[in-house]
Design a protein around this ligand. Structure first.
Ligand SMILES: *Cc1c(COP(=O)(O)O)cnc(C)c1O
Length: 373
């Protein structure tokens, strides 16, 4: 039996046509018409004025943090329950992440805790330079109170919407409400370009400077001249072609992921100790990954027992992200928490959720889990 993956790429026909066009016209480098068009189409979808196509979501975050002025010794607040890429670029700049716990309602940064930490830091003259707000598993964080607090103290709000393309928050979209937002097109995300990312913003100067830095910071001169150090972070025109094809199907892909979540929710109703990730009332989640928690005191099996059982049937599943304050590499980082993300981590499991996952395969996942009880 072939393996059932957590979130495999889901590629259609339009992608191939765009890629063929790139080859036929010899636009195969990190410059060309697909890049310009992808940026334009993407900014329309998320509702920002500008979008800058890059080689990864991590690169987008690195540029946003650098252009927020983050430098050696600064502090940057960051969600703890997330993938390492949310925080790694903070350390590239010699700054220190300050990790904040989740709320139970959305699994994202707890606004009351974040505000408490910010106000204490402001009072002691250590205002953080920026805040990285993650929209985990496609569910928007409660952005408004955090944004108001950031605005009040001049802290740059950078939204990590790598898992949340196609989600909503009130009348907006995750990634478009802060000073900058980032998206990822890694192979397992909502849409993929094989690998890539996007920086989105309404700040023209940020967009222009990010584009400049992403192409090695070349000053306008016929010879190569540089007054600052940049990066090789631009997206290739081939990848942008794949992205354009993927973007056409975004709504369908999100609907499919949400349908998986709903099917799992129905199937596991009544299984002792099983709770699907709650959906907060302020927006629509993409359910990038269908996540649930399994309380081992109420259920006879732990999340890890279930993961191992699925693995035996050649089905991929994965614990919820290990909170960054528990990661060895961040053992000396500052952390503010109330034990919420620790509990989600110890009880959480992500199960197959790709938009290409068939009904038959999804039923296999359900049967394998239900047969354990
Ligand atoms: C995938 C991901 C990223 C990084 O994106 P890449 O394109 O892989 O660099 C950042 N943050 C979160 C929350 C992610 O899931």
């Amino acid at each position: 039996m072939s393996r059932i993956y957590l979130s495999a790429p889901d590629i259609g026909k339009a992608e191939q046509a765009y890629v063929n066009e790139a080859f036929a016209t010899n636009w195969v480098a990190p410059v060309g018409p697909h890049i310009d068009a992808f940026e334009k189409e993407f900014s329309q979808v998320v509702g920002t004025k500008y979008a800058v196509a890059l080689s990864s979501g991590t690169a987008a975050l690195h540029l946003a943090l650098r252009l927020a002025g983050v430098t050696t010794g600064d502090e940057v607040l960051c969600s703890s329950l997330t993938f390492i890429a949310s925080a790694a670029p903070i350390t590239y700049l010699g700054a220190h992440p300050v990790f904040i716990d989740s709320d139970e309602q959305s699994w994202n940064m707890d606004p009351s805790l974040a505000i408490e930490v910010i106000e204490k830091k402001v009072r002691t003259g250590k205002t953080p330079k920026a805040l990285v707000l993650v929209h985990l598993y496609g569910q928007s964080a409660d952005t408004q109170p955090i944004k108001e607090c950031c605005d009040k103290y001049g802290i740059k709000l950078i939204e990590d919407a790598a898992e949340a393309l196609g989600a909503t928050y009130k009348s907006g979209t995750p990634g478009s409400m802060g000073w900058a937002g980032i998206h990822s097109f890694n192979g397992n995300k909502i849409i993929t370009t094989s690998g890539g990312g996007m920086l989105v913003t309404n700040d023209e100067k940020l967009a222009t400077t990010a584009r400049f830095l992403s192409t090695q910071a070349r000053d306008p001169a016929p010879h190569y001249q540089h007054t600052t150090i940049g990066y090789n972070y631009r997206m290739s025109n081939i990848c942008a072609g794949i992205g354009r094809g993927q973007l056409i199907e975004l709504d369908k892909k999100v609907a499919r992921r949400r349908a998986h979540f709903e099917a799992y929710r129905k199937a596991f109703e009544g299984l002792p100790g099983f709770t699907m990730q709650p959906e907060a009332p302020w927006g629509k989640s993409t359910h990038w990954l269908s996540c649930l928690t399994i309380n081992p005191l109420k259920s006879k099996l732990s999340a890890e027992d279930i993961r191992l059982a699925l693995e035996k049937s050649n089905i991929e599943s994965r614990p919820v992200w290990k909170p960054l304050h528990l990661q060895p590499v961040f053992s000396s980082a500052e952390y503010h928490g109330r034990g919420v993300s620790d509990k989600i981590f110890s009880e959480g499991l992500c199960i197959p959720s790709g938009s290409g996952l068939t009904d038959t395969d999804r039923q296999m996942v359900i049967n394998t889990i239900k047969n354990l009880f």
